[in-house]
Design a protein around this ligand. Structure first.
Ligand code: FAD
Length: 299
């Protein structure tokens, strides 16, 4: 039996293509132990046939070599398409262009292009390198001058903390897409209404590119609240209440986390959304469960 909103319904309609497209974001591991967990997760998630997996670029380019190494290895070991993140903070155009050429030489054709944040954090004013790219839109244009890349940029359902108002935030997204990006992925957010309103604003401004929701499963409420605060995403009171008192009860915490993420994803499915980007934090269990809800199984 299929329910009216059951993702299985579209699978059973005989479409050759799976109805949902997913991508997974990892960060480059620092230690051998972290690298082991990274590979365990990559190897569990790669058989889900994601559109791509991406590897972040550490603050100020601190993981330049590791990002490249991980992206290359993912492609070579799993055959899954991999995207490298790239920021332009604290680097000259020549330095950034050299990284782009390095990606090109390594056969990497997907880049997630970002401005990055000053070392002091997202709340601090951003001053471009004197010979650097001024912002993400400028970076996208620079990447396009070098070669044919599939470029993804960032979007903010709750507005980027440095945007003066919604109009300038949406204008900025439009500039990035007009400069040659194919899609945007959103910052983590926990209230789908923020995302729905954001997409409406973008469409009203003439943006037609996909705006893929960035889903952050809450492996640890304490850790994710810290990340959210640092990137300007808010934690709704109802969400905090769900996790209240669960620090010492990992089993219930995990069940609540899975229910919260399932609710967020299935609400998006009900609203007709078919593309999802999952922030994995190099963990796989919750994401595997969410993929199952979307009808995505290992190949
Ligand atoms: P931009 O699009 O350049 O915008 C930043 C701010 O500047 C906005 O408020 C915008 O309105 C404003 N602005 C831009 N141009 C102008 C202008 N001409 N005049 C006035 N205002 C302007 N960070 C990392 O360090 N490494 C990563 O790997 C990484 N991956 C990410 C992946 C995703 C999907 C997301 C959503 C974020 C990621 N980030 C990463 C964080 C990102 O670097 C920060 O959010 C950063 O603060 C902004 O980057 P941006 O590309 O959105 O910047």
């Amino acid at each position: 039996m299929t329910l009216p909103n059951d993702p299985r319904a579209s699978r059973q309609s005989g479409d050759a293509r799976p109805p949902f497209q997913v991508s997974f974001e990892f960060f480059p591991p620092k230690t051998d132990v972290m690298e082991q967990r990274f590979w365990e997760s990559v190897n569990r998630l790669a058989p889900l046939n994601p559109r791509f997996v991406s590897v972040t670029y550490g603050a100020g380019g601190s993981t330049r070599e590791r990002t490249l190494r991980m992206v290359r290895s993912i492609k070579a070991e799993t055959g899954v398409d991999a995207a490298a993140h790239l920021t332009c903070v604290g680097a000259s155009r020549d330095e950034v262009d050299a990284v782009v050429r390095g990606y090109q030489d390594a056969g990497i054709s997907r880049i997630v292009a970002l401005r990055g944040d000053p070392a002091e954090g997202i709340g601090q004013p951003f001053t471009p390198h004197p010979e650097g790219y001024a912002n993400a839109a400028d970076l996208v244009a620079g990447i396009r001058r070098i070669g044919e890349f599939d470029i993804t940029v960032a979007a903010y359902p709750e507005k980027h903390p440095q945007s003066a108002d919604w109009a300038s935030d949406i204008d900025n997204l439009k500039r990035k897409l007009d400069a040659g990006a194919a899609r945007a992925i959103t910052q983590m957010y926990f209230d789908n209404d923020d995302y729905f309103r954001f997409v409406e604003r973008a469409r009203a401004a003439g943006i037609t590119a996909p705006i893929v929701p960035g889903i952050q499963p809450i492996h640890s409420f304490k850790q994710i609240s810290g990340f959210a605060a640092r990137c300007g995403a808010s934690i709704p009171d109802w969400l905090a209440a769900r996790f209240e008192g669960l620090d010492e009860d990992p089993e219930t915490h995990a069940l609540v986390a899975s229910a919260v993420a399932a609710e967020q994803v299935l609400e998006l499915v009900d609203a007709g959304h078919t593309e999802f980007h999952f922030y994995t934090l190099n963990r796989s269990s919750l994401i595997l469960a969410l993929a199952r809800l979307l009808g995505i199984r290992p190949d």
